[in-house]
Each structure stands twice: as C-alpha cells, then as structure tokens.
Design a protein around this ligand. Structure first.
Ligand SMILES: Nc1ncnc2c1ncn2[C@@H]1O[C@H](COP(=O)(O)OP(=O)(O)O)[C@@H](O)[C@H]1O
Ligand SMILES: [Mg+2]
Length: 474
C-alpha cells in the first residue's frame, strides 16, 4: 500500500435502508431543550423513561470524547426499542456516524463473523480531516478559448484578478470543459482548487452589478477578493474509518464502496491506517468522532461475536455500541449457559441498560394515528378504536401492519376511508403470532418438524418421514 493514505470519498454508501419504512414517522427522540421527553414529539409517543435515558446518552455522545461504552435496550417485542435507536440516530445529525445492523446479518454475509463486525465497528468511527489546499480566487476578467480547426485539442487563456493583481493562466482541455460546464463568464468571482481543478462560482462581482440589471433575484453579488490570487485554504471533510480502509485497499479500490462488495480487508491495511490516523491526530490534522453502532436483535449473536465486541470496546477507535434485545433469561448462542438477555456476563457488566415497557391504550391509539397519517390512511373513529384494542391484545407492530392491510381492503371496495369492517376483514385474513401458534398446534401434523418428518393426507393415512432408515407406510 502507498504511504499516502487517501481519504476522499465522493459519496457515502447506504446503510440500514430496511429499517426506514416501519419507523418513517420518527424524526427524533422528541425531547425538549432540557432533554426532557415530551409526551408526544417528533413522531415519538410515551415510553418516557427510556426516551429520557436515550436523551442522556445523546448528550454524552454529542459532548464527544466518550467512546467504548455499551448500552443495552431491553424490552418485550414491539415496545419501541428500534424506534428509540432510530430517533437517537436522527437527533445525532449527519456529522456523527451511525451504523445499524441486525444481529442475524453477521451470519448472512459473504464475510466471516469477525470481519463483518469489524467493518460495522469501523463504519461507526468518523475521522474529521483538515487539509490545506491551494486555491486561486479572483474575478474573471476574460476567458479566451481557441478552438483548433480539427476540433480535437482545445487551448485557452483565463485572465483573473484581485483588487491588487491580475494574472493570465493557460488553460488545458479539462479546465475549459469545467469552465463551460459551470457557465463561467467574465465578471464572475470564482474559486479554483489547484490540485483537483474544481471550479466553484462564488457569485458576480459587485463592480459589475450595473451591467446585469436583467439578472434574476437569485444572483449573488460578492466583493472582488483582495491581495494574492493564490491562497492556502483549510478544508474539512469527514469520512468513516471503513471508507478509508476500502479506498486504500488495493484489491478492492474505490468502486467497492458503491457496490458494497468490499470483501475481507487485510489487517495490515487497517494497521497502517490506524497508525496514520493516530499520527494525524497528534499533528492536529484529524479529529476522531466516535459514532454509534446499533446492533438490533443482539441475542442472535453467538459467544465468539460477544467476545469480539468485548475486545473491540477496548480499542482506541471504539464507537458507542447500542444493542437491543427482547430476550429475558436465555441461553447465549454457542454456549449452554443461561444469562440475563442472553448476553454473557462480562458484556452485560459493562453495559448500561435501558428498559422499555408495554404501552397503554391511549399511547397505542396515538401511535396508530401517527402511523395512519404517515401512510396517508383515513380511518373512522370506531375503526381506530378496534385497531387500538387489537394492538393492546396482540402487538403494536401487528396492529400497524393491519392498518396498511385494511387500507388495501378498503380500496378494493373503492373507498378511501378505512372502516370497522375493513379492520375486521384484515384481522380474519392475517393471523397475529398468538393465533398462528394456535393454528400450528391444531394442524401440526401437516408441517415439517425439526426431524424433517411430515404427514401428508388427511388423517395421517400416508406417512412420509425424512429419515430414509425409518421409512414406514401403513
Ligand atoms: N414510542 C413510540 N412512538 C412512536 N412509534 C413507536 C413507539 N414505539 C414503537 N413505535 C412503532 O411501533 C412499531 C414497533 O416498534 P419497534 O421499535 O419496531 O419495536 P421493538 O424494536 O421494540 O420490537 C414500529 O413501527 C415503531 O416505529
Ligand atoms: Mg426491533
């Protein structure tokens, strides 16, 4: 790998797209200036204690400098664990990296468990890099382009000035193209990045204001710069450690960032980058921004993953890890011992725990009406009341899904309003988990069981078994 490490990324990769839809009504944690949760705000309703705790964590993250902490959000299904993490991400703003993964994703990628965890960790660390670049800033006096008769090579001259000096620059093909593309004319104040050749139009010169009375209201007038034409300017950009890894990994290169197909990144590459970033930090060229890694359904991880997380939290570059689980006392995957929330004790010990609890009828009703608004569904009062009751008895998520389904049922009878009957029909068509379990109990012989056994035919008259050595017919 080259000794210079590149950090320029044009576009960020998209993460966690799948989480958006169900939580699209949430735009934040809904806190006031003192970080106290409002009863309802930014799409969030109730769950006050947990939201308040999330607010404290938000404050800690924003104050910077804290890293390597673990937070566990524990609570029954459908109590807003993922919703709270989503709200937190939005309150953090775009400067702080936030990565969301589901525990099971670790096993479904083409990568080893530890590699995908490493990537997730490094996506959650931002590096704010300050760089000095040389720019030319001034007012365009004249652009002169000579087109060769053969049409191929273009040449030209750019005359540019400040209040104190004027210089003529030779123009190559590429510069001529960007000048044309940006529609740069005499009288424009421009800034040209010397290393990349990027041209930015800052506005029109004040001295020419009179010449442009036909300009639209959005024309910006600026003063002609003073002093030297060439200046050094500090630019700041933020990238994640993972992005630096990928663009500096010779096998993968820049394109891998867009395809997401990054493969395993060699540890020497990461070591070199870590050293370099630490150097930049020493020299004041870079700041490290510990972001957030959210691991949803964390009980899907196994003991190897948990030890990895334990170790990674000790690292110099560690994000804040927020985990969510709906498990109580349960077995940690890959072991045969039970522990609270299925998390090994050492990890549990270093986590601060936030509990979420079930919602009351009023809260369910408010959340469901927010969802209805979000999905632009109109529904009658008694339909909402029934939906709320169903939400109380099954789960908020089931009721929320039922809402979307009922809208389709209403549309089928050419109505834009969801009525009581539509909810009832939806409820009959789609089972919630309890009724599904009951159905399974009643019809279990027709399903394939863990041993691969299945019974075909009504009263079990023809039995087929998965295991070849126990073939039997009666
Ligand atoms: N306090 C809340 N305010 C607004 N919407 C909520 C709240 N809690 C849950 N929801 C919504 O209810 C649904 C289920 O919640 P979710 O966060 O997925 O539950 P969990 O992750 O705890 O299983 C989601 O659509 C979520 O956005
Ligand atoms: Mg969830």
């Amino acid at each position: 790998m080259a000794t210079t490490i590149s950090t320029n990324v044009e576009s960020k990769d998209l993460n966690g797209v799948s989480l958006i839809a169900a939580h699209s009504h949430i735009t934040g944690l809904g806190l006031d200036e003192n970080l106290k949760p409002k009863e309802s705000g930014q799409g969030m309703v109730g769950q006050l204690k947990a939201r308040k705790a999330a607010g404290v964590i938000l404050k800690m993250i924003q104050a910077g400098k804290i890293a390597g902490r673990a937070v566990l959000i524990a609570g029954p299904p459908s109590t807003g664990k993922t919703a709270i993490a989503t709200g937190l991400a939005q309150n953090l703003g775009s400067e702080v990296p936030f990565t969301a993964i589901a525990g099971s994703e670790i096993f479904s990628l083409d990568l080893s468990k530890t590699e995908s965890l490493t990537q997730a960790f490094r996506k959650s660390i931002g590096i704010r890099i300050k760089e000095e670049t040389e720019i030319i800033e001034g007012e365009v006096v004249e652009i002169q382009i000579d087109r060769s008769i053969t049409g191929g090579h273009k040449q030209g001259k750019l005359t540019i000035k400040t209040t104190d000096m004027e210089t003529i620059y030779e123009l190559g093909n590429k510069m001529i193209e960007s000048l044309t593309k940006e529609k740069i004319l005499a009288g424009d104040i421009v800034s040209i990045d010397k290393s990349s050749g990027k041209i930015t139009k800052l506005g029109k010169s004040f001295t020419r204001a009179r010449d442009y009375d036909a300009m639209g209201p959005d024309t910006k007038f600026v003063q002609c710069p003073e002093g030297e034409l060439q200046k050094r300017k500090e630019v700041v950009h933020t990238v994640s450690l993972h992005e630096i890894d990928v663009i500096n990994s010779r096998q993968q290169g820049f394109l891998a960032l867009f395809s997401g197909d990054t493969g395993e990144i060699r540890s020497e590459v990461r070591d070199q980058i870590n050293t370099k970033v630490a150097e930049w930090k020493e020299e004041g060229k870079a700041d490290i921004i510990p972001g957030v890694l959210f691991i949803d359904e964390v009980h899907m991880l196994d003991i190897e993953c948990f030890s990895f997380i334990n170790r990674a939290l000790e690292d110099d570059f560690a994000p804040i890890v927020i985990m969510a689980t709906n498990r109580g006392m349960s077995t940690t995957r890959g072991t045969n011992y039970k522990s609270p929330h299925g998390l090994p004790f050492d990890l549990l010990d270093r986590s601060i725990i936030i509990h979420t609890t079930g919602y009351n009828a009023e809260e369910i009703k408010t959340i469901l009406s927010i969802r209805a608004q979000e999905e632009e569904i109109e529904l009658t009062g008694d339909a909402l009341a029934l939906l709320t009751k169903i939400g109380q008895e099954t789960s908020l998520r089931y009721a929320s899904n039922l809402l979307s389904v009922s809208q389709q049922i209403a549309l089928k009878r050419r109505s834009n309003t969801v009525e009581l009957g539509d909810i009832k029909r939806g409820y009959m068509l789609f089972l919630d988990s309890d009724r599904s379990v009951q159905y399974l109990e009643e019809n279990k012989t027709q399903y394939i069981d863990n041993e691969g056994k299945v019974v075909i035919g009504t009263n079990g008259s023809f039995k087929k078994t998965g295991a070849a050595d126990s073939m039997e017919t009666d």
